[in-house]
Design a protein around this ligand. Structure first.
Ligand code: SF4
Ligand code: SF4
Length: 199
């Protein structure tokens, strides 16, 4: 073995986390060599507790709790900038989706206040109409989070200007969307019964 190369031996449970995340997102996370191009281009990185490249490194090192409790996984807006910049074509948007699901399934506490309530309100709005209806989504969010007053005035202004439609519509392919939700729900139930792990 080349003496200049230092191999890091991880305990088994730490290796399992990397395997599990890779399985969930379908990306080869071992390819990341910490070039930082993802973090430099990420629009929400300045607000994250760990930059995207750091999340990759922490997964490689098996830091499960730190990753699944980070606010970074919730502040990612899936803009795909990182994936297009990555020299190894790692799609971090997909990775963040998988981490959010794992965080919810494992009952981890999100550091960002109200973010899970917003996530659930968004998903419920899409399930109902096939796309987001801002008025009902915000109502759902406020009821779930108990945060009744934040952004109320700008929201009312937008509503008065007719920028937020009062009644939700439905897209043509709503049945297909609901089918996706049902399949995902079934998969989640299976996961829960297996203790939050896919394998
Ligand atoms: S997909 Fe997420 S992590 Fe990647 S650049 Fe966009 S916000 Fe940042
Ligand atoms: S751009 Fe790709 S290789 Fe570079 S740090 Fe980010 S994930 Fe790793």
């Amino acid at each position: 073995m080349d003496e200049r190369v230092m191999a890091i031996e991880l305990p088994k449970d730490r290796q399992v986390f990397l395997e599990e995340v890779q399985h969930r997102c379908g990306e080869n996370l071992r390819l990341c060599y910490q070039c930082l191009k993802c973090s430099v281009g990420c629009p929400t990185a300045p607000f994250m507790d760990f930059y995207p490249h750091a999340i990759l490194r922490m997964i490689q090192l098996g830091c499960k709790q730190e990753v699944l409790e980070s606010n970074a996984i919730w502040l990612c807006v899936s803009c795909e900038t990182c994936g297009t910049r990555c020299p190894n074509e790692i799609d971090i948007g997909l990775l963040m989706d998988a981490l959010r699901e794992m965080s919810l399934e494992g009952g981890y506490q999100a550091k960002e206040r109200g973010i899970v309530a917003l996530h659930n309100a968004f998903m419920e709005s899409v399930r109902r109409g096939g796309r987001v209806h801002e008025a009902t989504m915000l109502m759902q969010y406020k009821l779930r989070s108990g945060d009744y007053w934040t952004d109320l005035v700008p929201g009312m202004k937008l509503f008065m200007k007719g920028k937020i439609p009062l009644f939700p519509g439905r897209i043509k392919g709503i049945d297909s969307i609901r089918e996706i939700y049902e399949k995902t729900q079934k998969q989640r139930t299976v996961l829960r019964n297996r203790g939050g792990k896919l394998r």
